[in-house]
Design a protein around this ligand. Structure first.
Ligand SMILES: NC(=O)c1ccc[n+]([C@@H]2O[C@H](COP(=O)([O-])OP(=O)(O)OC[C@H]3O[C@@H](n4cnc5c(N)ncnc54)[C@H](OP(=O)(O)O)[C@@H]3O)[C@@H](O)[C@H]2O)c1
Length: 207
């Protein structure tokens, strides 16, 4: 497949690129700074993910967009909302329909008291941005999949994860997962074409 990765210079994004190449895909790593890596099937493009025109120039011919954009720090941010606005516009212009994007279990209604507390205090700006991003995605007519991921850790790839679709029964916040496994799930969803127009709750798998 031809896969377009947003946030490739980030921690989840770089796992996406590495695993995608290892699976034999052709990858375009798009970002405001150049992805540091070379491979025959890797195209590194520098552009602004907040600008639909930049994206639309290089999007044609891709089978899916995988977005692991995000911000660090706790301040006010609209990176996800602005990024997805540009992404949706560029996808509409170029006819690319498949979008797999990372959100967070902070938006789930069944999170435990501690996760709820931090989603309303320290991480409220993140949660607000994620909510604004999800609204645009779910209201689009793209073939989208939103992954509500739990807390990440820097663990190794296991290839194991648990998926709960359209259900608030799976408490995601309690079982952290590695960014490597989040990347694995995103690639699986792109390859299999499953979970279309679904908010998917994922969590770490058990050995
Ligand atoms: N941490 C957790 O426990 C957790 C849990 C659930 C979900 N998530 C979500 O998972 C996603 C990925 O997380 P991560 O830890 O892999 O992120 P990360 O390492 O911080 O990477 C973020 C990516 O977004 C890009 N980016 C940030 N601000 C940008 C801007 N203004 N313009 C253009 N590009 C920008 C960065 O580019 P540069 O390299 O150029 O800065 C980088 O490629 C985030 O949306 C996060 O909220 C995180």
């Amino acid at each position: 497949m031809r896969l377009f990765v947003l946030g490739a210079t980030g921690r989840t994004g770089s796992a996406l690129v590495a695993q995608g190449l290892a699976r034999g895909h052709e990858i375009t790593a798009f970002g405001r700074s150049a992805f540091g890596g070379k491979a025959k099937s890797l195209h590194v493009v520098v552009g602004n993910p907040m600008h639909a025109n930049d994206l639309a120039e290089v999007l044609p011919g891709n089978d899916a967009v995988l977005s692991a954009l995000g911000t660090r720090g706790l301040g006010a941010t609209s990176v996800l909302a602005d990024g997805v606005r540009a992404t949706i516009e560029a996808m509409h212009c170029t006819g690319v329909r498949r979008l797999v994007i990372v959100s967070s279990s902070l938006l789930d209604s069944n999170i435990g008291w501690f996760a709820r507390f931090i989603s309303r205090t320290f991480l409220r700006h993140h949660a607000q941005d994620q909510r604004a991003m999800e609204k645009q995605v779910t209201e689009s007519n793209l073939d989208w999949t939103v992954l509500r991921a739990p807390r990440f850790n820097n663990g190794a790839f296991t290839g194991r994860y648990v998926v709960g679709v359209d259900s608030e029964e799976t408490e995601t916040s309690g079982v952290p997962m590695s960014r490597e496994d989040v990347a694995c799930m995103m690639l699986d969803a792109a390859e299999r074409g499953n979970h279309v127009k679904r908010i998917v709750r994922i969590s770490g798998g058990h050995v």
